[in-house]
Design a protein around this ligand. Structure first.
Ligand SMILES: Cc1cc2nc3c(=O)[nH]c(=O)nc-3n(C[C@H](O)[C@H](O)[C@H](O)COP(=O)(O)OP(=O)(O)OC[C@H]3O[C@@H](n4cnc5c(N)ncnc54)[C@H](O)[C@@H]3O)c2cc1C
Length: 487
């Protein structure tokens, strides 16, 4: 069988490899001249520059399986930090909720006072203990809507949650589906240690290039510089991918481009055979930008773990890769992500860089003379799918309902992870490859690993058992509010 995979991001690479390993002939068509898509780096200003730092939580079983195969050992972190404007070098360190000691640490040293931290924990438990039978309803409610309906909610807890969610996903929490927040929270709560991990080097060189070598050694024919412009149909099936260099025919097709591209192909007979694919026009994406700031001196007090700039306009967080990548011979390289880059969309790159740097200088003691170089990756042309309220029914399934030889893969395709991330992309790709191979009569099928969660009755019991603590913490918060004390 000839299989054509369109799009060489993590999803396309994973699907192509899984199918080729089972003996099918696979061609992978990629528009650019490298694999990896949003997960990777490009050469800018003479050096590899990541699209943005990528974190690998423990609940990434499918991505971690690939890393294990590549022999990559991740760098684990059990905490992250907040810096408040004008307060550096003071940092507020938050530990992942891995055990009682971590919880006690967060109660004593969290960004919010202990009683607000109790309420924060209560609201997380409240969300993740919701019934799965509410799945459809939860997808139609915002995360913040669910949180604010709780009787013990305070403004401070709601705001912190909103900030965390924005930084993690580039989605304002009034837009974020409660179902997605529930899933991420459930996976993270169950596998909280290590809280998150990062690669011991640049994303392209450490992960994507070695993975691309595996993809090719398994027999995938990778064709770079091949932009697909449409799908040619014949007899209700896809006959060929139309490309700038001519049609590429096949027996089966995996469409692994981002949805902004995939939905352009849903016209004529493609739409007539599977109108549900037209729902991709409802999906939304936002840019998540990266700013790489290389410094010519070390700033004492900057930790090796992630730091969130608390408050700020552009949703900035960073990690100092010079402390993580062995042999990276620069004094300091701060890799920032701006999760609220939309307001800067129409601003020139130079002005956007200046706006971000101005904000950074309000939080960290960086002078112009300290900055060796900056590189901005606005990612405006490769925005990230965002899990808005009600997005779930508009996302495609891994297999087209009406076109028997068409499969879809990518972080926007329905999958158990739900969030647009590497694990979502890889999980959807394994599901698509599995379905394709099954339909071709293969018995040896790739396994879709799903991260574990705590049983819901246990979470509901814990939430119920917390009621007295929540009542007490809520009363203290109200008292502070009444006395006009800052909380
Ligand atoms: C700044 C930033 C930070 C992020 N941080 C994290 C993180 O910390 N953790 C995490 O898990 N995820 C993170 N992500 C998300 C993660 O990178 C993506 O979810 C994932 O890489 C998506 O993979 P994909 O294969 O679905 O899509 P993509 O990576 O978009 O791949 C699609 C591929 O299709 C190709 N293509 C497009 N159009 C065509 C065409 N017409 N013909 C042929 N080929 C085409 C593209 O060139 C690309 O190679 C981040 C993303 C960004 C931008």
């Amino acid at each position: 069988m000839d299989v054509v995979v369109i799009g060489g991001g993590l999803a396309g690479m994973t699907a192509a490899r899984a199918i080729a390993r089972r003996g099918e002939r696979v061609v992978l068509l990629e528009r650019t001249h490298r694999l990896g898509g949003k997960a990777g780096s490009e050469v800018r200003a003479g050096r590899n520059v990541e699209h943005g730092y990528h974190v690998f939580p423990t609940w990434y079983p499918n991505v971690r399986e690939i890393l294990r195969e590549l022999g990559v050992t991740l760098v684990d972190f059990d905490r992250y930090h907040y810096v408040v404007e004008g307060k550096f070098p003071a940092l507020v360190s938050v530990r992942g909720p891995s055990d009682l000691r971590a919880l006690v640490h967060n109660l004593r040293h969290g960004i919010l006072p202990w009683y607000q931290t109790v309420l924060f924990l209560g609201s997380t438990l409240d969300l993740i203990s919701r019934s799965l039978s509410e799945k459809r309803l939860l997808d139609r409610i915002s995360q913040i809507g669910i949180m604010r309906e709780a009787w013990f909610m305070t403004e401070e807890v709601a705001e912190l949650n909103q900030e965390n969610m924005l930084k993690a996903s580039a989605i304002p929490s009034y837009d974020m589906s409660a179902m997605t927040a529930k899933k991420i929270g459930s996976y993270w709560m169950r596998q909280a240690s290590p809280f998150l991990s990062v690669l011991p080097g640049d994303l392209q060189e450490t992960f994507i290039d070695p993975f691309a070598a595996l993809v090719r050694s398994d027999g995938v024919d990778v064709r770079f510089g091949t932009e697909v412009t449409g799908l040619e149909m014949a007899g209700g099936r896809v006959k060929a991918a139309l490309t700038s260099t001519g049609p590429v025919e096949g027996d089966a097709f995996v469409l692994a481009t981002p949805f902004e591209v995939a939905r352009r192909f849903v016209e004529g007979e493609v739409y007539a055979r599977d109108p549900s694919l037209g729902n991709m026009h409802w999906l939304e994406a936002q840019p998540m930008a990266a700013l790489h700031v290389r410094l010519n001196r070390r700033i004492p007090g900057i930790p090796k773990e992630h730091v969130f700039l608390h408050g700020g306009q552009h949703g900035l967080s960073f990690v100092d890769v010079a402390q993580i990548w062995p042999g990276h011979a620069v004094p300091m390289e701060l890799s920032f992500i701006s999760s609220n880059f939309a307001p800067l969309r129409s601003v020139s790159e130079a002005d956007a860089t200046k706006a971000l740097l101005d904000e950074i200088k309000r939080y960290l003691p960086i002078a112009d003379a300290d900055v060796d170089s900056t590189v901005l990756h606005p990612n405006v042309d490769v925005p990230l799918f965002i899990n808005t309220i009600g997005a779930w029914p508009n996302r495609p399934d891994p297999r087209s309902a009406g076109i028997p030889n068409l499969w879809l893969a990518g972080d926007h395709v329905k999958n158990p992870i739900d969030l647009a991330c590497m694990e979502g992309a890889v999980t959807s790709a394994i599901a698509a490859a599995r379905s394709l191979l099954e339909s071709a009569g293969h018995a040896d099928l790739p396994e879709v690993k799903i991260p574990p969660t705590y049983p819901r009755p246990l979470l509901a019991f814990l939430r119920f058992a917390m009621t007295p603590a929540l009542a007490g913490a809520h009363a203290v918060a109200r008292l502070h509010e009444w006395l006009g004390r800052p909380t």
